[in-house]
Design a protein around this ligand. Sequence first.
Ligand code: ADP
Ligand code: 5GP
Length: 215
Amino acid sequence: MSPFPIILSAPSGGGKTTIAKALLARRPDLGYSVSSTTRAPRPTEVPGRDYYFLTRAEFLAAREQGAFAESAEVHGNLYGTRRSEVERVLAGGQHVVMDIDVQGAVQFTRAFPQTVTIFILPPSAEVLLDRLRARKTESPAQLAARLQSALQELQQVSEYEYVIVNDDLDRAVASVESIVDAEEVSRERVKNLRQQVGLLIERLEQEIVNTTPES
Ligand code: ADP
Ligand code: 5GP
């Protein structure tokens, strides 16, 4: 089995960043693709760990050079996934976790068709609003823009292979882990399946010939 990308998408406040962080803390077989953005850093964010923070001109130049596997304008800022970032994590033998929006997810799965796509839903609109307000990272205008985008994002849920309701955090993280574990043994991902089964058949056929009594 080769490592594969895992996309987590959710409306803003759905919990994708929290789930991604918890997953990465728990599973050494997972790595993170650090996105690039033109958004300003939040007080707790560290450049190069949470995002590569670029000016709009830097972002557009990198996009022009084909550096991004996908990019999108979200809530008035540009976001993108560098191809090299994904390839670095995969080459290190880890699955690569990505927290990207629905427009980016569609583009990305075209470039990397082996991607697993997971949509995170809040348990209710009230819980989503409470979590967003409690996070206190957006101004009222930014919050309104995020709610507007949330409406469009929720309509795209049918594009995703898996859906997880983020009620209890531990349960949500465990569900993502179960998906990763199951995908690792999905038939399409098993390496050299034909050869493996071919060898088994060949050996069993020999045994049948050797042990069948002559009549
Ligand atoms: P997103 O990255 O999807 O915008 P976050 O991961 O920032 O969302 O989560 C939004 C807020 O909700 C954060 O303050 C986070 O701590 C909180 N949160 C996320 N998941 C849960 C959960 N299962 N239970 C309680 N609070 C949660
Ligand atoms: P935030 O500003 O809250 O960190 O992220 C805002 C939105 O941008 C979220 O929906 C998040 O998933 C999305 N996002 C983050 N990184 C990327 C990326 O590399 N590409 C795309 N298309 N969206 C991203």
